[in-house]
Write a protein that binds this ligand. Structure first.
Ligand code: SMG
Ligand code: MG
Length: 368
């Protein structure tokens, strides 16, 4: 397969409501899409980097720059172009996993479309539908939170995840548990907002039978997570800390986590995400598919990943309308708490021309 060129496309999509986490509040999604054009097909990649380096060190402008100056020219010069050759070709460049993941996703989509094969088959999916959880932001009051959770449960979501931070943790969890009962699948995500010195406070969450507490400490503090796990009963899940199959294996061996949130963009792509799945399954560690407010393009690919056998917990693969009034693809609609895994070639969806044009803020064609 030969690379003809890549289109870098910036889009801005308004959120249906502000989404607040321990590291900030988002009201719109500024994203970078790649349209990878080869001799016999086109593929789409979505870069999950946020506008600012607050979730991780990556941000959209930097991703566009590193793709434009380093990654795309390197791939164009490569002898062999297929999805499995992308990571090795880019390995000499340090970091920028979200930018690498977007390019690999575009090449993988093009390759599979040319072969008429769905991504789900390529990755080893064993399910045709996956249960969907939803991530609920920090709110200005408990009543507002309870209304939001009630709305998501009415929509059929199988699991509720509450964003927490110091000052907004035990009370909202207690209120949700009290209002919606003990059967509700409930978990929390701190996005690194605590330190191991908060262990006694975080142990106050133990009585609420949470599925997990996600990334309570700094992403580099594996030993702190291992110490915290010895002091609390709620299972520790890592997100930001897990950047590769290697770090997943290290975190498991250090007993820093009992569960892993797998996000293809964070780890450099869907092929590394599958390797993390395989490492976790080998160690008996459950995984679930995280989210980065993807458009329908990334959402489609995440559903293919979430259908692998080790994904035994509902992920953050919510419906399109959880974040967007209008998606750039045919919207993903949750039914009985599940979403269908796309069955078409490649990622199985394509942008809708008018919807994509309406949110496009810039396009740049890089001929190769
Ligand atoms: C803007 S927050 C993005 C990272 C966050 N993602 C979510 O909470 C789920 C987002 C989604 O539903 O796509 C996480 O740390 O897990
Ligand atoms: Mg998280």
């Amino acid at each position: 397969m030969k690379l003809t060129g890549v289109e870098l496309r910036r889009i801005t999509m308004p959120l249906v409501a502000p989404f607040r986490t321990s590291f900030g509040t988002q009201t719109s999604r500024d994203a970078l899409l790649l349209r990878v054009v080869t001799g016999n097909a086109e593929g789409w990649g979505e870069c999950v980097a946020m506008s600012d380096p607050l979730y991780s060190s990556e941000y959209v402008d930097a991703a566009a720059d590193v793709l434009r100056r380093y990654f795309i020219p390197t791939l164009a010069a490569a002898d062999r172009l297929d999805a499995h050759a992308v990571a090795p070709a880019l390995a000499k460049f340090r970091g920028h996993r979200m930018a690498k993941a977007a390019l690999e996703m575009g090449v993988l989509d093009a390759e599979l479309r040319a072969e008429g094969r769905p991504l789900s088959r390529e990755l080893g999916a064993v399910r045709e539908r996956v249960p969907c959880g939803v991530s609920v932001g920090i709110m200005s009051s408990i009543p507002e939170l309870l209304d939001a959770v009630a709305g998501y449960l009415d929509a059929g979501y199988a699991r509720i995840k509450l964003k927490i931070e110091p000052g907004w943790d035990v009370a909202p969890v207690a209120a949700v548990r009290e209002r919606f009962g003990d059967e509700l699948l409930l978990q929390v995500d701190a996005n690194t907002a605590y330190t191991v010195g908060d262990a006694r406070h975080l142990a106050l969450l133990d009585p609420f039978d949470l599925l997990l507490i996600e990334q309570p400490l700094d992403e580099e503090d594996l030993l702190g997570h291992a110490e915290l796990a010895r002091q609390i009963r709620t299972p520790v899940c890592l997100d930001e800390s897990i950047t590769s199959a290697r770090t997943a294996a290290d975190a498991i061996r250090l007993q820093a986590c009992a569960i892993v949130n797998v996000k293809p963009g964070r780890v450099g792509g869907y092929l590394e995400a599958r390797r993390i799945h395989d490492v976790c399954v080998a160690h008996g560690v459950p995984v679930w598919c995280g989210g980065m407010l993807e458009t329908g393009l990334g959402r489609a690919a995440n559903l293919a990943l979430a259908a692998l056998p080790g994904f035994t917990l509902p992920g953050d693969t919510s419906g399109s309308d959880r974040y967007y009034r209008t998606d750039i693809t045919t919207p993903f609609v949750v039914r009985e708490g599940q979403l269908d895994v796309p069955t078409g070639p490649g990622i199985g969806v394509e942008p809708l021309a008018a919807e994509l044009a309406a949110v496009t803020t810039s396009t740049e064609w890089l001929p190769l």
